[in-house]
Design a protein around this ligand. Structure first.
Ligand code: PEP
Ligand code: MN
Length: 363
């Protein structure tokens, strides 16, 4: 998947940055915030929500169309490109009229395939504007992938994904739980798709933005979307997670941006990786030998009419394995999860044997 983003990312200083307020509030707020951002990050993309999807009615739902005039003015005066959220075909139509540089589809829209398809249809033939696709609210990589495919299928190649965390029932440290394995899965499926992180909506609090941004950089994400406001405490939406342009500068300068390229063929990293590959091969052949034994056990149990699950045996072996793991300094939860999976596989194999034997008997 080719993307304008890839071009911009390569040309930009690291990390690639999308910064600006949660919502456009006033012409003055846009200008003051943008001037700060442009001073420190002239190649950033300025973000501002013009229509805001709010959980409850009555909250500030965005300025609407008028804010596009302020953003046009901001672009002219600062030279910053800008991004807005679109959720309906009317939003797309207005965004095109104003030649908005980048559009994003929010988490609440991405959950609904009808809404995404509606946007894909409205965007048909609009190949020049890059589209950012946030993850859906729940941690379902296929739903995220589906939204990307719908937009891609309408002829748009300039796509990037944005990880903004996931809803989790109950209290967590985060506003939206990061579930890092989900963006990693997406990156594995679509390695060429640029992937950004939005630490503001993940953290929900100023102090969590830096550690979340650092984790995103450590996972080789391509850039950051950070809510930035000239006067965060007084923001009309998401006040607790916005930072000033100066704080943004400090945050970005404090990040450790490691090299995402692997080292040369005979470098230390590759030698270590080769050793890991050998161990992985050994693990596979051990699992293969183990499964063969499960198979024999399954046949014995059918012949002697013994239940597949022997709960005392399962409990005791797990207890012994965890004891042994402790002496080897292996993490308890890690070994527990592995052994439960291995034992579940053994049950599956034995159930298959039982099923095939009883079908044979019936025949
Ligand atoms: C936003 O970026 O302002 C926003 C509403 O984000 P999300 O769709 O991730 O909740
Ligand atoms: Mn916000």
């Amino acid at each position: 998947m080719k993307s304008n983003f890839s071009k911009w990312i390569n040309q930009s200083s690291k990390p690639f940055l999308i910064a600006g307020p949660c919502s456009a509030e006033t012409h003055g707020q846009i200008m003051q915030t943008a001037q700060g951002i442009a001073t420190y990050f002239p190649d950033a993309i300025f973000r501002a929500g013009v229509w805001k999807p709010r959980t409850r009615p009555g909250a500030f739902e965005g300025i609407g169309q008028e804010a596009l005039l302020w953003l046009d003015d901001m672009r002219q005066q600062t030279g910053l490109r800008y991004a807005i959220e679109v959720a309906t075909s009317e939003h797309v139509e207005l965004a095109l009229k104003h030649q908005v540089d980048v559009l994003w589809i929010g988490a609440r829209t991405v959950v609904n395939p009808f809404s995404v398809q509606h946007l894909a249809d409205a965007l048909k033939g609009v190949t020049h504007i890059p589209i950012l696709i946030k993850n859906p609210i729940h941690p379902d990589v296929n739903l995220w992938l589906g939204a990307i495919e719908r937009i891609y299928n309408s002829g748009i190649e300039n796509i990037a994904a944005v990880h903004r965390g996931f809803y989790k029932y109950g209290q967590t440290r985060y506003r939206n739980y990061p579930a890092w394995e989900i963006p990693v899965q997406l990156k594995t499926i679509m390695p060429d798709l640029p992937l950004f992180c939005d630490p503001s909506h993940i953290g929900g609090k100023r102090k969590l933005i830096a550690p979340v941004a650092q984790q995103a950089m450590d996972l080789a994400m391509d850039g950051l979307m950070i809510e930035t406001h000239c006067n965060p405490e007084q923001a009309w939406s998401d006040a607790s997670q916005q930072i000033t342009p100066k704080e943004l500068l400090k945050l970005i300068n404090g990040l450790n941006i490691a090299n995402s390229e692997a080292d040369e063929p005979n470098g230390e990293l590759n030698i270590l990786r080769k050793s890991i590959d050998i161990i992985d091969d050994e693990l596979l052949s051990l699992l293969n030998r183990r499964n063969a034994l499960s198979h024999k056990i399954g046949e014995y149990k059918v012949k002697n009419n013994i239940t597949i699950l022997q709960i005392r045996r399962r409990k005791n072996t797990l207890k012994n394995q965890l004891k042994q793991a402790k002496t080897l300094n292996l993490n308890n939860d890690f070994i527990k999860a592995i052994y439960q999976t291995i034992h579940d596989e053994s049950i599956r194999i034995q159930s298959e044997i039982k099923k095939s034997k009883s079908t044979k008997k019936k025949l």
